[in-house]
Design a protein. Sequence first.
Length: 100
Amino acid sequence: MQKLTLYEDIFDDLEKGKRTTIRKGRRNIELGELLLESTDIQRKKIVDVKMVYYSRLESVKKTDLENDGFTDHQDMWEKMQRFNPDIGLEDEVTVVIFNV
């Protein structure tokens, strides 16, 4: 089964309505079941991937960045630097939209 890892604080956001994850680069994520795993506490949740698209970070749809917990493109870029210090607004990202 395909899987992605989420940091603990981000894994908690699944209970608060998180329905999108945005990853640097082009990831091969297929529609259907996806296992999300937390980094420390070994929590797991299977979600249903409904849509995947590739975009420049600066062009991610506003509704998708909001569903990932960001307020706007600047906020998304700043917070994504936690995981990818060298990410730029022109970099390609994979946007994964799912149902819990």
